[in-house]
Design a protein. Sequence first.
Length: 301
Amino acid sequence: MTPPQHGSTGAHHRDTPEGRPGSSTPGGPEGAPGGDPEIRAHDPYGPRPLDRGSPLPLWAQLLADLRRRMDAGAFTEEFPAEHRLTGEYEVSRHTVREALRKLRADGLVIAERGRASRLDTRRIQQPLGSLYSLFRDLEAQGVEQRSEVLRLERTADATVAGHLGVVPDAPLVVLERLRLADGEPLAHDTAYLPADIAEPLLDADFGHTSLYGELARRCGVKVSGGRERIAPFLPDIRQAWLLGLADREAAFAIERLGRAGERPVEWRETVVRGDRFAFVAEWSDASRAVALAPRAAAPSA
């Protein structure tokens, strides 16, 4: 969406809210939201002041700050009403409504007639730049996780063998699952591992357990690092059917190479519903730059 230009939606140098609260508003003497600025700076749930001298429209600044508060865990009980946000940020209802419209369009906030707005709690957040187990992280977020095992068998695949650094006809163990979160499809996940270390996995029940947990328990192998590539992706007919997606509805494609020490032990191809999954990154001035790679063909699963 093209951000509104100065003088249209979200004009950013002056913004006079309708019905602005008086001295009882929790704003400081300069009209900034949230009281003491030093306290606000250390409160991940509270509002941060908007910069009226910034070229970024106020609605976009408000949108960014609401997203920050949501990522920090705010609004789990109830999403604030329009009049509360106009008071917290000292902006107009028009500005608030533009930010809320974008949150609703992105599927982050649900608005229903006659009911207060609320967060779409079906959306799962996953940190970037970290080794994670989807099973463990879903459980930690209070989401019931289970899997439908579609395939667990020995196989061979020359392309996957290349990723794992083994000979083209090396035997592999493949685990294909439909991952469900709170009973609804979330991801189609296919993992390949060298059979010489993963053979014991053929006896495991992956309906409600993690691959990494079983790999450590049954095979004595701990995945300690790796790399991951994430790209937008149009699922094929089978994947769309499994995930309950409409025709031509986009998703995320994730390719992961997992290593135990220096040895590649896992090649994984995952298709994740874009409306139920969000990737979150934290950064600082000491962060390493993100490497941009040319777009390649999305994985097939």
